[in-house]
Design a protein around this ligand. Structure first.
Ligand code: SF4
Length: 697
C-alpha cells in the first residue's frame, strides 16, 4: 500500500550529479520506497537508481560499531564484510577515536605533518567536505588532501579555471530547453545522468539538433542528427578539425571574440594545420561529416556543449576540454539562454566537495593555496592556523608517495581507492604499506580491508547537510532514518577526531559549519541554511536574498583578469599506451545504469543487483566470433598491469578492436587493468584508454 508510511522526508538522491530531489517514505524507521519530487533538476523524475537504490542503507553489512584491527592481523582483501571478527575487534567510540588520533597524530609528531594525507568524499555533504580539508590543512599543516574529482573531472576543472576563470558549469543542463543545437561528447547520459537525459530527449522531440560524439555507440544516438563514433583517443584531432572549418568558412562570431576573449589570433593560426581532409584518417570521421557538424554548431542561434568522463579521463583530458571551451567561445555560445559549457558531474556532491576545498591546490571556492592573501584569510578564519603555501599531492601522487615512504598515514572518508584507482594492485600495495590507516565509511569496503581503525558513518539518507549538483544548485539533505547501531554522521566524527588531534572547533551542528563556510566562500553569498531549509535549493550565484539563483553566468564578463575568456590551442598527442602485437585492442571503462562506482551501495540494493548481478564486458559480435566465444561466455582481459576473467556480452556499440568494461565489480575489478598515466595539468589518469589482450577462457 503506497500510502502506508509513518512519515515522508524530503532529501536528495545520493548517486549522480543530477541531484534529483526525493521524498523518502519511512515506516518503522526504515525507508520503504522513494518518489521523485519537484526539485529544480528533476521536476518529479527519477531514474532506476534513485527509485530503487535505497535499501543498501538497511543492509546487514552496514558498519554499526567502531572497529580496531586485531594485533598481528594481516592487511589485505581477506575480510568478509558480514564476518569481520577474526580481523577486527569491536571498540568503543572513545577507544577507536583515541587509536585513530594516536596513530595519525603520532606520525605527525614523529615524522612531520606531511607524513599524513587525506582522501575526503564527494558522497559527503558540503559541510563534511569543508571540515575534512580543514582538518588536514590545520591539523597537519599542508595540502595533501584530495577526493574523487581527481579521477573524474580534474582535467575539465584545470581547463575551465585556465580559460574561463571558473570551474563550475556556465549554464544548467535545463537550459537545453532554450537551445537549438547541442553537442554531447564523451558522455553517456542515458546510463550515467538519466534524468538529465530526459531533458536532452525532450529537446530533440521539439526539433533541437543533437550531435553525439563518442567512440562507443550509445542509445542517445537514436535521438541525434549526427553520431560521430570517432577513434578512441582522437578527440583533439576531431575537435580541431571542426574548429578549422569554422575558421576557414568564416563561421565564427567576430563580435563576441573581440569583446569577450583573448588569444584568438594564436588559436586561429594553430587551427590552420587541422583540415578535416587531413584529420579524417586520424579521428575516423569523414571530412564531410566534420564540415556538416561544424556548420550546424556554428549556425546555432543558441548552442550548448555537454561532456563527461570520455573527455576528461585521458592524458590529454585538459586539451580535450580546452578544445570544447574554444569551440563554444569562437561561436559566441556562452552567457545567453540556451548556450553554455556543461561538464556533467558524476557524484551527487562532487561539485560541492570541490567548491568546499577538498582539492590539494585550492582552498574553498578555488582560492589558490599559493596566494598569501587568500591563505591568510583562511588562516584568520581558522584561528591563526598555519599551513603550507605549497600545492598538495593529488590522489594518485599520494599513493605513489606512500610507496616512496614519504606518506605513512592516511585518513580516508567515503572513498574506495582499493577499487577506484588506476592500476589498483599498486594502490592496494600502498594501502597495505601504511603505518596507520583510518577509514570512515558505511560498509567494510575493499579499502577498509587495509584499515587499522574503522569508523562507522551514517549514509546520506541518515544525515543533515547540503550538497551541490552539476547545475550549481545547493540543496538540503535531510535525515529520514537513524544510522544503524553506533554509526555517526561524518561531520560529527571528523570534529571528534580533530578534537583529539588538538583542534577544538566548537561546532555542534552542520548549520554552524555552513555559516563559517559562507565567511570564506563568495559563491554562497545570499544562500543561508534557513533559506535552504525553506526553499530546498538555491542556485549559486544568488544575487539577492530572494534570488533563486542564476542558471546562466558570464553574460558580460568572465572571472579572469580583464574579464575575458581565453583560447588555448591544443595539439594532438597519442594515448600513453598504444596497442601492439601483445596487447592489440583498446580497453575503455565506465559505469552501467544500475550500478554506482565501486558497487558498495548498488550491489547491496536488491532490485539493482537483481537487474545487473554479474561482472561483464562488451565486445563486438565479430570479435567474439573470432575468439570462438559465445555471447555470455567467459573471456580473459590482460594488460601490462594484470588480468581478470569476466563474462562477455555481444554489443555492436563497441568497435571490433575495443572492449568496454564497467568498474563496479570487485570480482573482475577493471582497475587491475587500467593505465595510471596522468594528464600533466589535471593529474587525471587515463582510464579511457589502455592496450589490452582478449583471450577465450
Ligand atoms: Fe539519482 Fe542521478 Fe538517477 Fe537522479 S538521475 S535519480 S540523481 S542517479
Amino acid at each position: 500500500d503506497s500510502t502506508d508510511f509513518d512519515r515522508a522526508v524530503k532529501s536528495v538522491c545520493p548517486f549522480c550529479g543530477v541531484g534529483c530531489q526525493v521524498s523518502l517514505k519511512v515506516k518503522d524507521d526504515k525507508v520503504i520506497y522513494v518518489e521523485g519530487i519537484d526539485g529544480p533538476a528533476n521536476e518529479g523524475r527519477l531514474c532506476v537508481k534513485g527509485r530503487f537504490g535505497f535499501d543498501y542503507i538497511h543492509h546487514p553489512h552496514r558498519l554499526s560499531v567502531p572497529l580496531i584491527r586485531r594485533e598481528g592481523a594481516e592487511k589485505g582483501l581477506n575480510v568478509d564484510p558480514g564476518n569481520w571478527a577474526e580481523v577486527f575487534r569491536e571498540a568503543t567510540w572513545d577507544a577507536a577515536l583515541e587509536a585513530a588520533a594516536k596513530g595519525l597524530g603520532g606520525l605527525r609528531d614523529t615524522h612531520g605533518g606531511r607524513s599524513v594525507a587525506g582522501f575526503g568524499s564527494a558522497k559527503c555533504t558540503n559541510e563534511e567536505a569543508y571540515l575534512f580539508q580543514r582538518l588536514i590543512r590545520e591539523g597537519f599543516g599542508h595540502n595533501n588532501v584530495d577526493h574523487c574529482t581527481r579521477l573524474c573531472h580534474a582535467s575539465s576543472v584545470a581547463a575551465l579555471m585556465e580559460n574561463v576563470g571558473s570551474a563550475a558549469v556556465t549554464a544548467t543542463f535545463n537550459e537545453i530547453e532554450n537551445a537549438d543545437v547541442a553537442i554531447v561528447i564523451g558522455a553517456n547520459p542515458i546510463e550515467n545522468h538519466p534524468v538529465a537525459a530526459t531533458y536532452f530527449k525532450q529537446f530533440t522531440k521539439r526539433g533541437g539538433k543533437l550531435i553525439v560524439m563518442d567512440p562507443r555507440g550509445q542509445s542517445l544516438a537514436r535521438h541525434a542528427t549526427h553520431m560521430l563514433q570517432f577513434k578512441p583517443g582522437a578527440d583533439v584531432s576531431m575537435l580541431n578539425a571542426i574548429m578549422h572549418v569554422i575558421v576557414e568558412e568564416g563561421l565564427f562570431d567576430t563580435q563576441y571574440i573581440h569583446a569577450m576573449t583573448e588569444n584568438w589570433d594564436a588559436m586561429r593560426a594553430h587551427l590552420a594545420d587541422f583540415a578535416p581532409e587531413k584529420m579524417q584518417a586520424i579521428c575516423g570521421i569523414p571530412a564531410d561529416t566534420l564540415r556538416a557538424v561544424a556548420r550546424e554548431f556554428a549556425g546555432a542561434k543558441a548552442g550548448m556543449i555537454f561532456w563527461g568522463m570520455g573527455v576528461s579521463q585521458h592524458i590529454h583530458g585538459t586539451d580535450n576540454s580546452r578544445c570544447l571551451i574554444s569551440l563554444a567561445l569562437m561561436c559566441g555560445q556562452v552567457g545567453r539562454p540556451g548556450t553554455g559549457l556543461h561538464p556533467l558531474r558524476g557524484q551527487n556532491n562532487v561539485q560541492g566537495a570541490s567548491d568546499a576545498g577538498l582539492i590539494p591546490m585550492f582552498l574553498p571556492d578555488y582560492q589558490s593555496v599559493a596566494d598569501d592573501t587568500l591563505r591568510g584569510n583562511f588562516s584568520a578564519l581558522w584561528g591563526g592556523a598555519e599551513f603550507s603555501a605549497e600545492k598538495g599531492l593529488t590522489v594518485t601522487e599520494i599513493l605513489d608517495a606512500v610507496h616512496e615512504g614519504q606518506i605513512r598515514g592516511m585518513y580516508i572518508s567515503g572513498e574506495n581507492p582499493a577499487m577506484s584507482d588506476p592500476d589498483v594492485v599498486h594502490a592496494r600495495e600502498a594501502l597495505a604499506k601504511l603505518d596507520h590507516l583510518v577509514v570512515q565509511d558505511i560498509f567494510l569496503t575493499e579499502t577498509a580491508n587495509y584499515a587499522d581503525v574503522i569508523l562507522p558513518a551514517a549514509a546520506f539518507y541518515e544525515k543533515s547537510g547540503t550538497v551541490t549538483n552539476t547545475n550549481r544548485q545547493v540543496q538540503m539533505g535531510r535525515p529520514a532514518v537513524p544510522p544503524p547501531g553506533q554509526a555517526r554522521e561524518d561531520w560529527a566524527i571528523t570534529i571528534e577526531l580533530a578534537r583529539r588531534l588538538g583542534l577544538d572547533w566548537g561546532f555542534t551542528h552542520p548549520s554552524q559549519v555552513f555559516a563559517e563556510m559562507k565567511q570564506g566562500m563568495a559563491s554562497l553569498e545570499n544562500i543561508t541554511w534557513e533559506r535552504l531549509e525553506r526553499e530546498g535549493a538555491v542556485t549559486y550565484p544568488s544575487l539577492t536574498p530572494d534570488d533563486p539563483g542564476q542558471p546562466i553566468v558570464f553574460a558580460d564578463a568572465f572571472p579572469r583578469a580583464g574579464g575575458r575568456a581565453k583560447f588555448t590551442p591544443a595539439s594532438v598527442i597519442a594515448p600513453d599506451e598504444l596497442p601492439d602485437a601483445d596487447y592489440p585492442m583498446v580497453l575503455t571503462t565506465g559505469r552501467q545504469l544500475e550500478h554506482w562506482h565501486t558497487g558498495a551501495m548498488t550491489r547491496r540494493s536488491k532490485v539493482l543487483d537483481a537487474v545487473e548481478p554479474e561482472a561483464n564486458c562488451s565486445l563486438h559480435p565479430s570479435t567474439l566470433r573470432h575468439l570462438g566465444v559465445e555471447a555470455g561466455g567467459m573471456v580473459r582481459l590482460s594488460t601490462r598491469r594484470g588480468s581478470i576473467s569476466v563474462m562477455a556480452r555481444a554489443d555492436r556499440a563497441v568497435s571490433p578492436d575495443m572492449v568496454f568494461l564497467p568498474f563496479a565489480f570487485v570480482e573482475a575489478a577493471a582497475n587491475i587493468l587500467t593505465n595510471p598515466a596522468l594528464d600533466p595539468y589535471g593529474k587525471i589518469p587515463e582510464f579511457k584508454f589502455a592496450a589490452v589482450r582478449v583471450d577465450a577462457v
